[in-house]
Design a protein around this ligand. Sequence first.
Ligand code: G3I
Ligand code: 9MR
Ligand code: ZN
Length: 545
Amino acid sequence: MKTIYVNQVGYKNNKEKKAYLNFEGKSVSLVDETGKTVYEGVANKCIKDNISGEEISVFDFSDVTKAGKYKVASDGVESVGFQISGNINDKLLKDLCKCYYYLRCGVDLEEKYAGAYVHGKCHTKKAKVFGEEESKIDVTGGWHDAGDYGRYATAGAVAVAHLLYAFKMYPILKILSFDIPKDNKYPDLLTEVKVELDFLMKLQREDGGVYHKVTTMRHADFIMPEEDTNDLFLFPVSSLATADVAAVLALGYSVYKEYDKEYALKLLNASLKSYEWLTKNKEAVLFKNPEESNTGEYGESEDYSNRFWAACSLFEATGEDKYYKEALKQKDNLITYDKSESYKNYIGNIFSCFGWMDVAGLGALSIILSDKENELKTFLKEEMLKEAKRLEAVSLENGFSLCMDKKDFIWGSNMELGKYLMVLLVSYRITKNEKFLSLVRDGLNYLLGCNTMDVSYVTGAGEKAFINPHLRPTAVDNVDAPWDGLVSGGPNVGLQDERAAATIEKGTAPMKCYLDHVDCYSLNEITIYWNSPFVFAVAGLEEAD
Ligand code: G3I
Ligand code: 9MR
Ligand code: ZN
């Protein structure tokens, strides 16, 4: 079917604007709300796109700067409507941030803030340490991870990190106001992030080790969170969780100290306690789900990047040399690991990775953003730029100028994109190379509709935004639509859930391996760490523009 793909939210008035056609457009027009053609052009460069499987051509209408509502039309086909405006991403940025409020655990969501999406206090029972009898530890609070009700240390730490590094880099986040219970001490984003930081500290054991996750033994049925009253378990301490939490608490210290010295010091002390555990436990303590449990595993095969991040973050927070030395040691471990057999499938650069698993990029951010000059900083900047150059090259190989490789279409592919947009923005900060910014715009275009599914992967953001996330409350709350601002995991050639496997043929083009269905947890779930890279990306773009 002939289709015209646009960014369904729209385009910034004074910036470039591209729509994509899956056919050659001899004559393409931009039509305003009254039906008048205001601009005409052609889209005749048709690229066979090996990610979407379609022939994609581009219609560039950057010359149009007048605010308003438009459509792109060609050959009897019309795109969905979209806006051109000077503040095109304002609502999107607030919505992306507000999602964390809706995912709060352990508290009532009040109608005043949550509207129709209220829920009662949930997961308030004390938790049992796995393998022990008594329920004794209070771990209430934080955010639900995703479509499930689990709360996981490494996933939480990484989501918070994306938000806090963005906060450090982009002053617009200091003044961003979104509708949550206000705390007069902090900017709204820090008020929300504190919810998770407080929870992460509760996962810390007396000796500094951090429990890998707190969940029920098995995933809950599709019920509201307050109905999920099964026993909660704290699963074994891992060096992964301990290092990530040490890192994020030190990062928290460096951000919150401007607003609240006392709280910042509490974060730092907790970070030091976890770091102490790491120095006493030099061997990796990895994590594997016990057989009885089917909740998220977040397994990793080594902990070098986690220890690297912790050392970098504490070096930035304290300036102490011992952390710098540890960072150098872990850097060498990472270089060796990078060359090893177990890492050979990974296509990105190990020092610019911002995922829930590989976190060395987060350590790199601590070093790059600090004013201290040192060898490590020079090295990390170079690695970041190498990765940005790779992404630039990749973007030339498909019709959407998308910085994603075919191989990036795995579970949570939209996060692969989000992480790349972070790399491009950090690289833009280093070089001021406009091409990197332009690739960020292209990436957001993809997320918001310039893709062969003709879908916006953010709820409430566009006429054809997805509406059926794999998200328990949304599925059972009797409200038609989900709240706005949720990012879908996106296309995944792995098709790892039953519905996906039964509906989509194996071998389907990567960009088309998607279905907006509530059952599809491997294609259409949401998570706290899929929203956060896009808070970073949208804020970064706004700041630069
Ligand atoms: O690292 C390999 C890479 O080397 C390989 O080339 C590629 C292709 O198969 O796969 C990569 O591994 C993937 C891994 O994530 C790391 O990205 C796996 O295929 C993929 O199945 C795995 O998916 C994870 C999924 O859990 C299953 O373990 C998602 O990233 C992760 O976001 C998701 O997390 C779940 C939690 O467990 C529970 N809560 C919801 C959350 C989201 O679905
Ligand atoms: O809902 C769960 C989702 O959050 C996870 O990402 C996914 C993989 O761990 O598991 C989902 O739960 C499914 C469970 O694993 C198997 N039975 C069906 C559940 C979803 O309906
Ligand atoms: Zn809860």
